[in-house]
Write a protein that binds this ligand. Structure first.
Ligand code: CTP
Length: 412
């Protein structure tokens, strides 16, 4: 159902990206009111925001005075998103200024508030901004960490606005959760795998699967914004936007994935194995492209078993090789059959793999793979069973990260 969302826009070059955000929120069915600062209008005109949102655009508190807009709009909002949030806007918000409609609205809003900062690296790292961000977070606002990359001019570093898709995903998450994202993973290191492995047959062909990587990326995105240091191993996920603040390591095959996990696991407090790993690989990889001759029979492909990465990590922990590892999370895409339903097979898998938590998705009929919505259960080795329900992959990710955070708290 559509919610009332205020999109605040402050004056930075990334203001143009607010246009995509407004469009996405509108397409999701929300009523969107854009509230730029005066300086934001140097970058994008009011007419653009009015056309995209279908609502009037004001910057000051002296417009619509009889309606007391600076109070009413904040009071009535379900979410305020400020994107981009410049260093100046964060400073004004942190000090409780009310010198334009946006800052006045931030003071009257009872709803969740999401800031998506964008500025030069020096400004982001300046102690004044660091303090302002800490103040806003302490008061319950969600301040996203910016992405790293190309900034205005030739500079590059942390300070880029997270992509509009990412901001929209967090906006939806806050609307669904109705509370702020805690920064409860600060100081924790998470290793997350995502995507689907490809087992090469020859230089151009492979055996693969349909996993898009979206669920693992969503887990990485949420964990990073809860303060964790996240390394995301992406198996063939080139089309996806790297989550802000996350270190992404690309891999191709199950063997490469296994080697990378084995290398990085000793530093990790938790492993989340969202990747769909091929159980088998061709026993030989042809050096040149396999040809079909007019009269030849199709050739047989011999397969050998890949190592089970999850089970190997569980074993390594049992052998005291992973002293930090406090939570190992597996994923299972299951269908029911004559022997039992989805949960029957999932419980057996949890026991077989020996991991601490298993995220279970019912698949078939186009569910889970390649779609943005997921549904399922979270099974614990302690016998617990939580329904994950329906919702976006970001909402699922947030519930999975809740469980990981809980497991880390218990075991530390
Ligand atoms: N997994 C893994 N290494 C493998 C295969 C799977 O680490 N070689 C992990 C996946 O990342 C996932 C979990 O194990 O977290 C379950 O994967 P799944 O393919 O469902 O498990 P399988 O053991 O292959 O079970 P099935 O017999 O149902 O294929």
């Amino acid at each position: 159902m559509g919610k009332r969302v205020i999109v605040g826009v402050s004056g930075g070059i990334a203001a143009y990206k607010a246009c995509s955000l407004v469009r996405q929120l509108k397409e999701a069915g929300h009523q969107v009111r854009v509230m730029p600062t005066e300086s934001a209008l140097n970058f994008v005109g009011a007419a653009t925001f009015e056309a995209l949102s279908g609502e009037p655009v004001r910057t000051g508190v002296f417009a619509d005075v009889p309606e007391v807009a600076h109070v009413r709009l904040g009071q009535g909002a379900d979410l305020v998103v400020v994107a981009p949030a410049t260093a100046d806007l964060l400073a004004r918000a942190a000090s409780g200024r009310a010198d334009d409609l946006l800052t006045a609205t931030l003071l009257t809003a009872h709803c969740p508030v999401l800031f998506a900062p964008a500025m030069h690296t020096e400004m982001w790292l300046h102690p004044a901004t660091v303090d302002n961000v800490a103040t806003l977070r302490r008061r319950g606002a969600v301040v996203l960490d910016p992405a790293s990359g190309r900034l205005t001019g030739a500079d590059s570093g942390p300070g880029r606005l997270p992509e509009p898709d990412e901001i929209a995903a967090f906006a939806e998450l806050l609307l669904a959760r109705g509370d702020a994202l805690p920064r409860d993973l600060t100081g924790r290191r998470l290793l997350i795998t995502a995507g689907g492995t490809r087992e090469p047959l020859d230089p151009v062909r492979f055996i693969g699967n349909l996993s898009s990587g979206k669920q693992g990326y969503a887990v990485a995105r949420v964990a990073a914004q809860r303060g964790a240091e996240v390394t995301l191993i992406g198996a063939n996920t080139t089309g996806l936007v790297n989550p802000a603040g996350v270190d992404v390591v690309p891999v191709g095959s199950a063997t490469q994935l296994a080697e990378t996990v084995a290398k990085l696991a000793p530093e990790a407090d938790a492993l989340v194995m969202a990747a769909a790993v091929a159980d088998f690989r061709p026993s030989a990889v042809a050096e040149s492209k396999m040809k079909k001759d007019a009269d030849s029979e199709p050739s047989r492909i011999d397969l050998v078993r890949n190592d089970d990465i999850l089970a190997a990590t569980v074993r390594a922990r049992a052998d005291s090789e992973l002293p930090r590892m406090a939570a190992i999370v597996g994923f299972a895409a299951e269908t029911g059959d004559a022997r039992g339903d989805v949960l029957f097979h999932a419980r057996a898998k949890l026991a077989r793999k020996g991991c601490d938590l298993l995220v279970v998705n019912a698949v078939g009929n186009g569910r889970a793979f390649e779609v943005d919505d997921n549904a399922g259960w979270l099974l614990g080795a302690d016998g617990s069973e939580t329904v994950l329900g329906h919702g976006s992959k970001t909402l699922m990710a947030s519930r999975i990260v809740d469980a990981v955070a809980g497991a880390l708290r218990e075991r530390s």
